[in-house]
Design a protein around this ligand. Structure first.
Ligand code: 26V
Length: 862
């Protein structure tokens, strides 16, 4: 076998970068005059032919209703109306898509390929209309049919093809890539079932399947012409020729068919249309026919359903689950399809000459889930395209980059070698060879004779069950490795991969996450968007820094009133939704305190719960306590096997029920848990929040992205110095938020000798609250039903320092209550938060990636 030094292992593909990203900074120096002018412009920009556009939209919808959907306005269901609206919007999108693709093909554009096991797209119709600036037109057109656009679009199921932050980030990035006109393709899995639908029965989470496209979806197109075949299993035949050359031939045991479904993602004002290509697994007919002809009808069906199982479900992957063969199969399946697709397109103009491959192709690994794409590209280049190992390695290591999204050790993927032997024997060989070169050439050179270092850095973990460490393979191969917020990237470099950073100091970098201002402000908060149109002009969705123009008005009573009236209106809408969903009456005058995110101990929903209990206790002791009325709102899904997380959901509901029904506390406190938290629900909750709870133990939340969405919508952060919270308060001012708790350094210093009993014994109030959990006060007749939480915090050692941060958390709430009573001060802080979030636009993130990692230029679409 060819064993040349993989010299390029240390070289980064994007060391030299030319910035093409548009500079976005535009310092806000608003005066009353400019604001007045902006108001005038905003009002003047209603196009003269607006009425004609409404009429045309109406006609198109009517036409699609009849000729595409096959029904009439008299008979049409809401679903049919929605389908007709989608068909109408698609007319614009698909034309633009063809333009985008032909522009990129003509220019042989360098493109980024974003590989992600998750894309949490949510709903698309309103977002597409918003991005095409046709929302008002569609709304008014539907009104003429007597329909409410929001009502009609409620028919659209959420595309819930993701767990949480990582998946939603990928969706925001697609929106920004399209808006900023970067040539790109998003690649993922066409799950038949998205993340489970959560029902709450008797206060407990029940998981139900989420089949989001049972009867097809008008938002995607199947592309049978781009089907790919993916080999799996079998054995490798390795032969050594007399001259010493080794050839390896993989004889897979089955071939799976990958069917691509394309979801067009339209950028703001139709700048360009990006493609999200999701792969669905099918059995290959040929394979089945062989079995069928041999008399095995039933066996053929079994094989068929096995092949089709691959893309059936999204793993609720934020709970530990060891060695799931199907999950690795999913990962390989979508990576193999995507790479074949990339190679096919590359070869259209390069005819199997790979010398320009790394110049034209950048691949981003969204966490370690698509790591298997690394040995797969090596294999394709070596076994199928005839390149040497060294040539293939040079190309591969110049093509890939890796983003880390979590430091939790249990989240770092390791696959048992025996699973590789069974499913991907050839890939295992290639991984061994990469590892061999890395250890003997790179590590040996840096630390000669240091075997301990070799076993620490090795891609293979030795032991009873040998494992492939996917993150190590990513770091060894990638040109750049990035974290997702400043503090997180520092920890990735210094705590997670310090030795790698010694070898390759320039490999590690930061790109702070961002969120798309189109969905998370323009579309979900039309009242506030209108205010920004007036103050900042209509381009703020393309340049969120323009929102700074609101800042000078933050002390002005009239603007404060306008801002808080918008917030109040959003709260009224949410109050109605709460009533509909869980039957609890809440007042829009109360302070809305919101914690919505996946349920995990490190995110500390139970810290929030303990505080709520302390507040309840204080109110029972003094019902006239001088505090503003407060509504605590939760939304969270727990991984189905994560028992403690489910216990916390149950506890929130049990404590909530007791509080909501207790007349003694005079409606001063309400607690609601909204079931089935998802993107579309987030769009209703976030614009109505006063307080954004971001209370992870410092050092554990890589970035958080809801923190950004809340702040943009004028909520104040009550949070720890963790993830992007740090950068948020850097921009919005610590005095406009409520920061509490131990810092990363303090957590690291305390952890080794932390004893939660010390806090329990020393703090009388904390003790009484924890003991309350052991009684049957909240679960009449069932003492101990909530005890697991107390146990985890005491006997379990309180791994996330809930008790250590309790007092400081309480104090932060106290400060929030005080400020809430001062309406003007609160409005000022809310406005400053919203106005200073410019850097958290995902456009900025995409510009950073393009400049520092991908070396990618944006391209105008003709
Ligand atoms: C995975 C696992 C797997 C095993 C057990 C516990 C556990 C907990 C969390 C995870 C999450 C993995 C990846 C993820 O979703 N990370 C999130 O990525 C967001 C986008 O970068 C970031 O904002 C969140 O802070 C981060 O948690």
């Amino acid at each position: 076998m060819v064993t040349k030094t993989p010299k390029k292992a240390t070289k980064t593909s994007s060391a030299k970068t030319t910035s093409t990203a548009k500079a976005t900074a535009s310092k806000a120096t608003a005066t009353k005059a400019t604001a007045a002018k902006a108001t005038a412009t905003a009002k003047a920009t209603v196009p003269a032919d607006y009425k004609a556009q409404v009429a045309s939209f109406k006609e198109k919808v009517l036409n699609h209703l009849r000729t595409t959907i096959g029904t009439s306005p008299e008979k049409a269901s809401k679903l049919a109306w929605w389908q007709a609206v989608v068909a109408t919007v698609n007319e614009d999108i698909f034309g633009r898509l063809t333009d985008t693709q032909s522009t990129h093909a003509k220019n042989d554009a360098r493109a980024v390929h974003y590989l992600s096991a998750e894309f949490l797209m949510g709903r698309l119709t309103i977002n597409n209309l918003t991005n095409l600036e046709k929302f008002d037109i569609a709304r008014d057109a539907l009104k003429e049919f007597g329909l409410d656009i929001n009502d009609v679009c409620e028919e659209e199921p959420d595309m819930a093809l993701g767990n949480g932050g990582l998946g939603r980030l990928a969706a925001c990035f697609m929106d920004s890539l399209a808006t900023c006109k970067y040539p790109c393709v998003g690649y993922g899995i066409h799950y038949e079932n998205g993340l489970f639908r959560q029902e709450i029965r008797g206060g407990k989470q029940v998981e139900r399947p989420d089949s989001w496209r049972e009867y097809g979806s008008p938002l995607e197109v199947c592309r049978p012409e781009s089907i790919q075949n993916v080999p799996l299993g079998g054995y490798v035949d390795t032969q050594t020729a007399p001259d010493g050359t080794v050839t390896s031939v993989w004889h897979p045991s089955s071939i799976i068919k990958g069917v691509p479904w394309d979801i067009p993602v339209v950028g703001f004002r139709g700048a360009s249309v990006a493609i999200l290509r999701l792969w669905e697994s099918r059995s290959t007919e040929q394979f089945n026919w062989d079995v069928f002809n041999a008399g095995g009808y039933v066996d053929a069906q079994t094989e068929k359903s096995l092949a089709e199982t691959i893309s059936k479900v999204l793993y609720p992957n934020d709970s530990t689950e060891a060695g799931k063969e199907l999950r690795l199969t999913q990962q390989y399946f979508f990576c193999a399809c995507s790479l074949r697709d990339i190679l096919r397109r590359y070869n259209r103009s390069h005819h199997h000459d790979y010398s320009d491959f790394a110049k034209k192709i950048a691949i981003q690994l969204n966490d370690t889930h698509p790591t298997i794409a690394i040995p797969e590209l090596m294999r394709l280049l070596i076994d199928e395209e005839g390149l040497s190992f060294a040539e293939a390695w040079k190309i591969t290591s110049e093509t890939f980059n890796y983003t880390n999204h979590t430091l939790l050790p249990e989240a770092l993927e390791k696959w048992p070698v025996y699973i590789f032997e069974k499913l991907l024997p050839r890939h295992l060989q290639i991984i061994y060879e990469i590892n061999y070169h890395f250890l003997n050439e790179v590590v040996e050179k840096k630390w000669p004779g240091n075997n301990e270092m070799k076993s620490k850095l090795s891609i293979i973990e030795e032991g009873d069950c040998r494992k492939v460490r996917m993150a190590n393979l990513c770091v060894v191969t990638s040109g750049k490795v990035n974290g997702v917020a400043k503090i997180h990237s520092k920890l990735v470099k210094e705590d997670l991969f310090p030795e790698y950073a010694e070898i390759w100091p320039n490999k590690f970098c930061n790109v702070t996450n961002g969120v798309t201002p189109r969905r998370w402000l323009l579309s979900c908060n039309r009242g506030l968007a209108q205010l920004y149109n007036e103050v900042s002009g209509k381009d703020w969705p393309l340049n969120l820094d323009l929102c700074e123009k609101l800042k000078p008005y933050a002390k002005k009573a009239d603007y404060q009133k306008r801002f808080m009236d918008i917030k109040r209106a959003n709260k009224e809408v949410l109050a109605k939704t709460i009533k509909e969903l869980v039957g609890v009456e809440v007042s829009p005058d109360a302070m809305f305190d919101v914690q919505v995110k996946r349920l995990h101990e490190y995110k500390r929903q139970h810290l929030n719960l303990l505080y709520i209990m302390s507040l309840y206790k204080a109110l029972l002791e003094n019902p006239d306590l001088d505090i503003p009325a407060q509504v605590f709102i939760f939304g969270a899904k727990a991984a189905p096997a994560y028992t403690l997380a489910k216990d916390i959901i149950f506890a929130i509901n049990a404590v909530g029920a007791a509080i909501n029904n207790d007349v003694r506390i005079k409606n001063k406190l309400k607690v609601v848990f909204l079931p089935n938290y998802r993107v579309s629900l987030a769009e209703k909750i976030i614009p109505a929040a006063d307080i954004s709870e971001q209370i992870s133990t410092a050092g554990y939340e890589a970035s958080g992205t809801s923190n950004m969405k809340f702040a943009i919508n004028g909520a104040l952060t009550l949070g720890t110095m963790d993830g992007a919270n740090i950068e948020i308060v850097e921009k919005a001012g610590i005095e406009n938020n409520f920061i509490f708790g131990l810092s990363v350094e303090e957590v690291q210093a305390l952890k080794p000798h932390y004893n939660p009993w010390d806090y329990y014994n020393a703090n009388h109030e904390l003790k009484s609250i924890l003991d309350w959990l052991d009684t049957d006060y909240f679960t009449p007749g069932q003492p101990g039903a909530l005890s697991s939480i107390k146990r985890s915090l005491l006997d379990g050692g309180d791994p996330f320092l809930v008790l250590a941060d309790f007092e400081s958390y309480k104090d932060a709430h106290h400060r929030a209550q005080q400020m809430f009573k001062d309406k003007a001060r609160w409005a000022e802080a809310a406005m400053i938060n919203s106005a200073t979030m410019g850097m958290f636009s995902s456009d900025r993130s995409m510009n950073d990636y393009s400049r520092d990692i991908w070396n990618l230029k944006s391209m105008d679409v003709k």
